[in-house]
Write a protein that binds this ligand. Structure first.
Ligand code: FRU
Length: 500
């Protein structure tokens, strides 16, 4: 592995205007631009960061590398781009909040989180740098850093690090602090790699946000099995349960699970012991079983809902939007609930504000039938009752002949839900497979909800107990929905909400 070290131009305002205009022009030519999902304005978007509510607004930052595709190796690496919103739907882009302009973060203002304190918003994040760059022993040097944002959205970085450097027993992979508060004390979970190359989550605490003390590793009964690195951890309490989120890298595929390159997982248990780091949680599950989901982050809304947003991708820039000099978008925000064993996700209720037309219908499905066409911005709710031998097929993003589509299958013989994107359009990342599935009892009525946008589908099955999130890159005529039922009829009731 070779790394090129260079002096980076970190401030967007010092980049020639024509470079930016050219980038934006390329982006504007893309047929894949989303309508109601947040996506990269140019270059790369990856993790959501600093998701919070402060001074009457929701704030959301994301990892942004706006000039990644200009081929100029001196343009800066990841910084934080800042958005704010009154309703989690309509967002205002406030531009770059933090650039990689200090010695601690010169190779990336990496992921982190935010918490309100004393009438300001505190940001905690990881600065990425490299040391020994002129020697064969160069290595990564992480620093946990802080910044304050005032009520005018002005961000000022702190000069002194919060947690300096590598720490004993762990490698340079030490990043992505997520802050939370309990009983007046601040805590942070931070992703880390032990010197034995195992992934873990470290727990820290602080009285004042400025001095941090290590409590230790989050100890679970699966902590030897968290891959070679855990990125982007999160911890919160929901309905008196403790919920730990983390993104293990390097898990082996197991019983049709962990098929993506990296995973985003959760475990539910007793609240985390904040003195010892002990967490007695369930065996971990994937948060989302689709192809494109990573680095989720949650926040608590003023009315007490736990809302999650994630990067709708896993790899950096491998999809067809790269041809238009951008990549990356975020999921639609999801409200989480929990029954002690599983996490349930649903699109936040604010989605109602996006609806512009509605169709409600029911059908007994046999032969192939078109049930919708027109724009692909939809919130589709279906109740499905299969016959005992039904194989019900729902094709989204279909062309006129339904020869191209994103195919969903409910197979009552095998009691399986399957989503197949092999034939959905411009293929990408097929090396990780083109099908995802889960077991489901199809002798009962099934609830299915699907959010479609120009180039994505988020599929919520059984009230969001299973979610499958994915990008699809289709041609312009793929804007229909078809249904078919093989062997036996399937009864469906559906509601199609067309979204702006
Ligand atoms: C996850 C991640 C984080 C890191 C950030 C850098 O996608 O690798 O661990 O902070 O992206 O952009």
């Amino acid at each position: 592995r070779r790394k090129e070290f260079r002096n980076l131009v970190s401030n967007l305002s010092s980049v020639p205007q024509n470079v930016i205009t050219e980038q934006k022009k390329r982006v504007g030519q893309s047929p894949y631009r989303q309508q109601f999902h947040l996506e990269s304005i140019m270059g790369q978007l990856n993790d959501p960061n600093g998701f919070s509510f402060f001074a009457g607004y929701y704030h959301l930052f994301y990892q942004s590398f706006p000039l990644k595709f200009t081929q100029n190796p001196t343009y800066f690496e990841q910084g934080w781009q800042h958005l704010k919103s009154r309703n989690l739907i309509d967002w205002q882009d406030l531009g770059q909040a933090m650039a990689n302009d200090t010695k601690y973060d010169q190779y990336g203002v990496y992921s982190g989180s935010a918490i309100q304190a004393n009438n300001r918003l505190f940001l905690m994040y990881t600065g990425n740098s490299w040391i020994g760059t002129n020697t064969p022993h160069w290595h990564r040097m992480p620093t946990q850093l802080g910044a304050w944002m005032d009520r005018n959205d002005c961000v000022t970085k702190l000069k002194s690090p919060l947690i300096k450097g590598r720490i004993k027993g762990y490698t340079g992979h030490f990043r992505d602090p997520k802050i939370f508060q309990k009983k007046g004390i601040y805590y942070a979970v931070i992703g880390a790699q032990k010197t034995n190359q195992k992934g873990t989550v470290l727990l820290y605490k602080s009285q004042d946000l400025l001095t941090w003390e290590k409590i230790g590793e989050v100890k679970t009964n699966f902590d030897k099995n968290m891959g070679y690195m855990c990125e982007c951890p999160d911890y919160f309490e929901l309905a008196h349960h403790g919920v730990l989120l983390f993104c293990p890298q390097g898990l082996n595929t197991k019983n049709n699970r962990f098929l993506n390159q990296y995973q985003a997982c959760y475990s539910i248990g007793q609240p985390l012991n904040l003195n010892t780091g002990l967490f007695t949680g369930t065996e971990f599950n994937e948060i989302d079983q689709g192809f494109d989901f990573y680095a989720p982050q949650t926040m608590l809304t003023p009315d007490g809902r736990r809302v999650l947003i994630a990067w709708m991708s896993i790899l950096n820039g491998n999809d067809p939007t790269v041809d238009y000099d951008y990549t990356g978008c975020l999921t639609f925000p999801r409200e989480l609930t929990c029954d002690g064993k599983y996490l349930y996700q649903k699109p936040i209720d604010e989605i109602k504000d996006l609806a512009i037309a509605q169709l409600i219908a029911e059908k007994t499905v046999r032969q192939e039938k078109k049930i919708a066409e027109g724009r692909n911005q939809r919130d589709l709710k279906l109740t499905i009752k299969c016959g005992s031998k039904s194989i019900f097929v729902l094709d989204l993003f279909s062309d006129d002949k339904n020869s191209k589509h994103l195919r969903l299958i409910l197979n009552a013989i095998k009691n399986r839900f399957i989503v197949n994107r092999a034939n959905a359009g411009a293929n990408f990342e097929d090396e990780y497979g083109t099908e995802r599935s889960c077991a489901i009892d199809l002798s009962k009525k099934i609830q299915l909800r699907i959010l479609q946008d120009t180039s994505s589908a988020e599929i919520f099955l059984e009230n969001g107990k299973y979610v499958f999130t994915m990008r699809v890159f289709t041609s312009i005529e793929q804007n229909k929905i078809f249904v078919t039922s093989l062997n036996e009829a399937t009864k469906i009731e559906y509601e199609i909400n067309c979204l702006r």
